[in-house]
Design a protein. Structure first.
Length: 130
């Protein structure tokens, strides 16, 4: 049987450097790759930590893509940042100015709270029930 997984998710952004700074400083992501592809395009990969999918920052090209920055899913939660310690990461993110849209809540699947990134994309910070 072949091994398959979702390795990378593209996130449309207004500016590479602005997005790199926000995800690195606010969420603690690591810049894994930043390759100049010419013509103003770059291959920019951020990693949240060990395992899981990485983010490919894709700079919006044209009006249609620019209109999707911050609204790739029509206002639904888009990405899920899983943690092994919700309280630790929630407090660290609040201290760094991350905007949470709600108070943490306990669901059948784990502890969760919705936050928005610099462009308004909605994320879940989630510690799954083990």
């Amino acid at each position: 049987m072949s091994e398959r997984r979702i390795a990378t998710v593209a996130l449309v952004v207004d500016d590479y450097d602005e997005a790199i700074a926000w995800y690195s400083e606010k969420l603690g992501f690591t810049l894994a790759e930043d390759v100049d592809l010419g013509g103003g395009k770059r291959w920019v990969i951020l990693s949240p930590g060990q395992g899981g999918a990485r983010l490919l920052l894709a700079k919006a090209d044209g009006e249609r893509q620019s209109a999707r920055v911050g609204d790739q899913t029509g206002g639904r939660v888009f990405l899920f940042l899983e943690t092994d310690d919700f309280a630790r990461d929630h407090q660290a993110m609040l201290a760094k100015g991350v905007s949470f849209r709600e108070e943490p809540r306990h669901e059948a699947y784990g502890t969760v709270a919705v936050f928005s990134d610099l462009y308004g994309n909605l994320w879940d910070l989630i510690e799954p029930r083990r």
